[in-house]
Design a protein around this ligand. Structure first.
Ligand SMILES: Cc1cc2nc3c(=O)[nH]c(=O)nc-3n(C[C@H](O)[C@H](O)[C@H](O)COP(=O)(O)O)c2cc1C
Length: 175
C-alpha cells in the first residue's frame, strides 16, 4: 500500500503531525505547496491535514481542488486547532468546513500550538483584538477556542501537540 501525507501548516503544528504520521506509516510527506497533484494517482491512501484559522480548516481548498483525483482512494483528514478536543466543537467544525462532495470523509482532531511571539503581524493583531473582546466576556461564556486563546499569554508560546493524537490516524491509514 502506497500512501502520502499532504499538509498545510502556517506555524508548524500540522507539519509536526504530518512528520509523525509519516514516520509511523512509512508514507511520504509533503506540504500542499510541494505536492505534485498529477502524481496523486500513484497513491492508495492520501492523508490531508492542516491548521484551523478563524474556524476555517486550511486543508479544505486542497481537498476541494483535487477531489476528482482522489476518487476511489482512501482519504483521511486531520485538523489541528488550539482548542482542547471536544466532540461538539469538532463536529461543528467539520460540518462547517466539509460540505457537498467532501461530506463523510473521516476527520481526526489533533491539538495544535499557539505561538503569539512568532505569529505574522496580521495574525498577532487579529489575536490581540480577539483577546480584548474575549476578556470582556464572562469566562463561563467563553468558547473552547477562546479559553485556549486566553490561556496562552500575549508573549507566550503554548504547545499542546501530542503524539497520542496520531494513533487513530495511523490505525485508520493502515487497516
Ligand atoms: C489567526 C489565527 C486564528 C485561529 N483560529 C482558531 C480557531 O478558530 N479555532 C481554534 O481552535 N484554533 C484557532 N487558531 C489556532 C491554530 O489552529 C493553531 O495555532 C494550530 O496549531 C495552527 O496550525 P499550524 O501550527 O499547523 O499552523 C488560530 C490561530 C491563528 C494564528
Amino acid at each position: 500500500m502506497k500512501g502520502i501525507v499532504v499538509y498545510k501548516s502556517k506555524y508548524g503544528a500540522s507539519k509536526k503531525y504530518a512528520e509523525w504520521i509519516s514516520e509511523a506509516t512509512g508514507f511520504s510527506c509533503v506540504s500542499v505547496k510541494e505536492a505534485d497533484t498529477n502524481k496523486l494517482a500513484e497513491y492508495d491512501t492520501i492523508i490531508v491535514g492542516g491548521g484551523v484559522y478563524a474556524s476555517g480548516m486550511a486543508c479544505v481548498p486542497f481537498l476541494r481542488k483535487n477531489i476528482d483525483r482522489l476518487k476511489g482512494k482512501k482519504i483521511i483528514v486531520y485538523t489541528c486547532a488550539a482548542s482542547p478536543y471536544d466532540k461538539k466543537f469538532a463536529d461543528a467544525l467539520i460540518d462547517m468546513n466539509l460540505k457537498d462532495e467532501l461530506k463523510g470523509i473521516p476527520v481526526f482532531y489533533c491539538r495544535g500550538a499557539f505561538d503569539m511571539k512568532n505569529m505574522s503581524f496580521a495574525d498577532r493583531t487579529l489575536c490581540k483584538m480577539l483577546r480584548k473582546a474575549v476578556a470582556k466576556k464572562d469566562p463561563k461564556d467563553w468558547e473552547l477556542w477562546e479559553s485556549a486563546l486566553m490561556e496562552c499569554k500575549e508573549d507566550e508560546s503554548c504547545d499542546w501537540t501530542d503524539k497520542k493524537y496520531i494513533e487513530p490516524i495511523v490505525k485508520a491509514a493502515l487497516e
